[in-house]
Design a protein around this ligand. Structure first.
Ligand code: AP5
Ligand code: MG
Ligand code: ZN
Length: 224
């Protein structure tokens, strides 16, 4: 099986399934770059950019930021040299239009998506994970009060920054994010299945179990 770079992966899955957690681990394990559209929006928000102000309106409601804005942001980001070996797309694409746009922008670079792992998680698990999630205000590292607790309560293991709750992890917003996932994002499962790129991973398992399952499934495809 071919293993030539770049190796591009798309992580598909509902909010809270563990895309960010798994992408961060795969990044170091596979030497690829994690690109999270949600993190890019939050970075913009932190830096008070116009894009950040616009995205906030949608993020706070749990709705998707318009496709044209999101696609342009990701297209710009993947031009940077740190993406040359390949990208783990986390939270992008999230609509069929974004998926088609991604295929086109990669084709222009002479590359393509190699595999699309789908993290399959039940609604109860998702809600439990999102309500207990804590993120570092400084570096964005992700924790969970029960399942992935920091060494010192409220303090980031990586940088010592303060941990906080994401504003869109409030119960009402989480419900809308799930609804938006089923309505607008879940059709991607069929999109990647039809291209023979989909691999399903049971994401209801503990973090380490999911990681091993992901590595095994991805390795079988990319030949590592
Ligand atoms: P985004 O930031 O992408 O949020 P999301 O898709 O809702 O996903 P999350 O980040 O909430 O969950 P995750 O799957 O990464 O889980 P995590 O690893 O953190 O997007 C936010 C918003 O930005 C969107 O609502 C939208 O408005 C906008 N946006 C972003 N991308 C867009 C796009 N492409 N188009 C349009 N709009 C866009 O894990 C969750 C918790 O569970 C953590 O506490 C973690 O420690 C814990 N955990 C993880 N795995 C496990 C496990 N196996 N067992 C136990 N606990 C676990
Ligand atoms: Mg995430
Ligand atoms: Zn930190």
């Amino acid at each position: 099986m071919a293993s030539a770079y770049p190796i591009h992966l798309v992580l598909v899955g509902p909010p809270g399934a563990g895309k960010g957690t798994q992408a961060a681990m795969l990044e170091s394990q596979l030497g690829l770059k994690q690109i999270s559209s949600g993190d890019l929006f939050r970075e913009n928000l932190k830096n008070h950019t116009e894009l950040g102000q616009l995205a906030k309106i949608y993020i706070d409601r749990g709705d998707l930021v318009p496709d044209n804005v999101t696609i342009a942001m990701v297209e710009d980001r993947i031009q940077r040299p740190d993406c040359a070996r390949g990208v783990i797309f986390d939270g992008f694409p999230r609509t069929l239009e974004q998926a088609r746009a991604l295929d086109e922008m990669l084709a222009l670079q002479g590359s393509e998506i190699r595999v699309a792992p789908a993290l399959v998680a039940s609604d109860e698990v998702i809600i439990d994970r999102l309500t207990g999630r804590r993120v570092c205000r400084n570096c964005g590292a992700v924790y969970h009060v029960c399942y992935n607790a920091p060494k010192v309560d409220g303090v980031c293991d990586v940088c010592g920054g303060e941990l906080c709750q994401r504003s869109d992890d409030l119960p009402e917003t989480v419900r809308n994010r799930l609804y938006v996932y089923y309505k607008q994002t879940s059709p991607l499962i069929g999109y990647y299945y039809a291209k023979d790129l989909l691999i399903r991973v049971d994401a209801d398992q503990p973090i380490e179990t999911v990681k091993q399952a992901m590595l095994q499934a991805i390795g079988a495809v990319i030949g590592k």
